[in-house]
Design a protein around this ligand. Structure first.
Ligand code: APR
Ligand code: PHB
Length: 390
């Protein structure tokens, strides 16, 4: 096979780029290791920056998001028995975020790819990248007994944290930065009315908790758990009881509980790989960087990579200008690191660390006290949460 851009990974990063390029007549192929059912069965985050929402509309995939997604102009932080509201709208100069599940967004992208007869190859096994520093790189993959080679101009590594693309960059070139947190988040999805119309991030000595939602009839809740915990350790009853212990009494009192329809544990990790380009391979999204979910940056950081890549590809194919491709890694990483900083800060401020000393606890309290006593601090939080400009 021959194509201009071979995209590895059919998650939100790969699909969004595929769709945007296709609309500009740039031929591309998406290779996904899993089946579509598997990809669409994963429950992931749900807070979108307006920059992301705009890109979805530009990709002609924004209709359902605009209809079903909710605009949120603020959220709560509960701590020390009180609830403080972060007014995103006021402190970000009128901006907000869109609450719309990543799973739904991915479904919309797949539907658009189908509608436009885009090539998305599922169950692609043994994907391997070749000749990355040559002018004609290629990708091979296997389906059953059949091995196919795709010749292309560029390869996009949008295959997530466990993908093959990043691993194809020589160890002498790649530098990885990692911070592993000593806990995970246990998440539950339930078909119940959310306890609050706006998100509640809860700091509690028993551990962090988060009340989020997918719609007015679908709730998403999380609690911080030790790394050793297994999903099987947590019955629905135990989960609800622990969640309620970590929230202000008046919130817990009005919480509607119900059977979980999904329950999973995700460890918290910060990770960045540099550079994000090697020859004609470009990394995007989780393949290059991971953040702990506390600041809702993961999906949004992927979106800014795609924005930069899309515009760099357009300049290359439409005007023969490769400066965007040359500068991609540095530009993307500058924003990636700001999202890392913000996610680390939110995580550190709100979680209970098993090895923290009394001094650390005082600093956490002071961080929150400062935040809610300073308009400048709230402005800084809001500007990062709604998304720094691309
Ligand atoms: N070959 C082909 N596809 C692969 C391979 C491989 N070797 N390895 C992984 N993949 C696929 C995965 O099955 C997955 O569907 O690549 C896709 C990567 O998708 P995501 O992990 O969703 O990563 P990305 O598209 O960058 O999405 C950004 O932001 O909120 C965060 O983690 C959240 O998934 C979200 C991410
Ligand atoms: C979610 O709804 O899954 C969610 C929301 C906000 C976060 C993390 C996860 O910070």
């Amino acid at each position: 096979m021959k194509t201009s851009v071979c995209i590895i990974g059919g998650g939100p990063s790969g699909l969004l780029l595929s769709q945007l390029l296709h609309l500009k007549g740039i031929d591309n192929v998406v290779l996904e290791r899993q089946s579509r059912e598997y990809v669409l069965g994963r429950i992931r985050a749900g807070v979108l920056e307006h920059g992301f929402a705009k890109l979805m509309r530009e990709a002609q995939c924004g209709e359902r998001m605009d209809r079903e997604g909710e605009i949120h102009e603020g959220f709560f932080i509960s701590h020390d028995g009180r609830m403080d509201r972060v007014d995103l709208h006021k402190y970000s100069g009128g901006s907000s975020v869109v609450v719309y599940g990543q799973t739904e967004l991915t479904r919309d992208l797949y539907d658009a790819r189908d509608r436009m007869k885009g090539t998305v190859i599922h169950n692609a096994e043994d994907v391997a990248l070749h000749d990355l520093t040559s002018a004609r790189p290629s990708v091979t993959f296997r389906q059953g007994d059949e091995v196919t080679r795709i010749d292309c101009d560029f390869i996009i590594g949008a295959d997530g944290f466990h993908g093959v693309s990043r691993k194809s960059i020589p160890r002498t070139v790649l530098r990885e930065y990692e911070k592993v947190y000593p806990f995970g988040w246990l998440g539950v999805l339930s078909r119940t009315k959310p306890v609050s119309p706006e998100l509640i991030y809860a700091k509690h000595e028993r551990g962090f908790a988060l009340c989020s939602l997918r719609s007015q009839v679908l709730s998403r809740y999380y609690i911080q758990v030790p790394l050793a915990d297994k999903v099987e350790d947590w019955s629905d009853e135990a989960f609800w009881a622990e969640l309620q212990r970590r929230l202000p009494a008046e919130v817990s009192a009005r919480m509607i509980t119900g059977p979980s329809i999904e329950k999973s544990i995700a460890p918290l990790r910060s990770f960045v790989a540099e550079p994000m380009r090697y020859g004609n391979l470009f990394l995007a999204g989780d393949a290059a960087h991971i953040v702990p979910p506390t600041g809702a940056r993961g999906l949004n950081s992927a979106a800014s990579d795609i924005y930069y890549l899309y515009h760099a590809m357009l300049a290359h194919y439409q005007r023969g200008d490769s400066s965007g491709l040359e500068g991609y890694s540095a530009k993307a990483l500058a924003r990636v690191w700001k999202a890392q900083r913000f996610s680390w800060w939110m995580t550190t401020m709100l979680h209970t660390f098993p090895d923290s000393i009394e001094y650390d606890k005082k600093l956490q309290e002071t961080d929150l006290a400062y935040l809610f006593s300073s308009e400048a601090a709230q402005r800084s939080l809001a500007e990062n949460y709604v998304g720094l400009p691309f």
